[in-house]
Ligand binder design. Structure first.
Ligand SMILES: Cc1cc2nc3c(=O)[nH]c(=O)nc-3n(C[C@H](O)[C@H](O)[C@H](O)COP(=O)(O)O)c2cc1C
Length: 195
């Protein structure tokens, strides 16, 4: 399978970066092909310009899109599956990844009129959270993340979709973080090799 990874974290010195590396190791061991958009490395422009806003909100799909957006869309068209790897920032993806959706999920590509985007076999979102799953469930934050990422952004654009949250990675409790990291890295390798 050809897998397009959209990776978004501001620091190479993060657990999220290790998650990306370990997931790729699993994919490689299973013989999958992959390509990565590292949004910070690419300095991906995440803010919608006024021109883009007008194109999107008035469904002007005949108007061309920016070349960096075209490039991201072509990576999707070349792939069978998409994987998002990112930390949770205020119950959301980082602003750069949110902006990637604002700009890349364009009218005529990802939505009306007549979206041309291919139906992907799989969409997997791997979100790294500081909080525990229990805490995210108590407040409804996990459900909110599912609704936004899988319900709205992926919606019916992939045959299979999944949100995996790797929890309790806050630096507030370094001992727990280290324990959880060991378990999470095994989970992520398995996700890659069984993709
Ligand atoms: C600005 C900011 C906001 C954050 N918001 C949340 C949040 O809403 N929920 C959560 O579980 N963790 C939150 N965190 C923790 C991050 O998800 C944290 O980056 C995570 O523990 C992953 O570790 P890493 O940065 O080493 O990859 C936040 C961190 C930052 C810097």
């Amino acid at each position: 399978m050809k897998v397009f990874i959209v990776y978004c974290h501001p620091s190479k010195n993060s657990f999220t970066n290790r998650v990306k590396e370990e997931f790729i190791r699993g994919l490689q061991d299973a013989g999958h092909e992959y390509l990565v958009s590292d949004l910070y490395d690419m300095e991906f422009q995440c803010e919608l310009s006024e021109e883009e806003y007008l194109r999107e909100s008035y469904y002007k799909s005949a108007q061309p899109v920016a070349s960096d957006v075209q490039l991201e869309q072509s990576k999707i068209e070349q792939s069978d599956a998409i994987v998002f790897i990112y930390p949770v920032f205020w119950t959301e993806a980082p602003a750069k990844l949110v902006g990637w959706f604002d700009r890349v999920w364009t009218s005529g590509f990802a939505y009306a009129p007549e979206p041309s985007m291919k139906l992907l076999d799989k969409a997997l979102c791997i979100a790294i959270a500081g909080k525990s799953i229990q805490s995210l469930d108590e407040t409804g934050e996990r459900e909110a993340m599912r609704t936004v990422m899988l319900g709205d952004r992926i919606r019916n654009r992939a045959k299979e979709k999944e949100l995996v949250i790797l929890d309790s990675t806050t630096h507030w409790n370094e001992k727990l973080r280290e324990e959880k990291i060991k378990v999470h890295l095994k989970t992520v390798y398995r996700l890659g090799i069984n993709f």
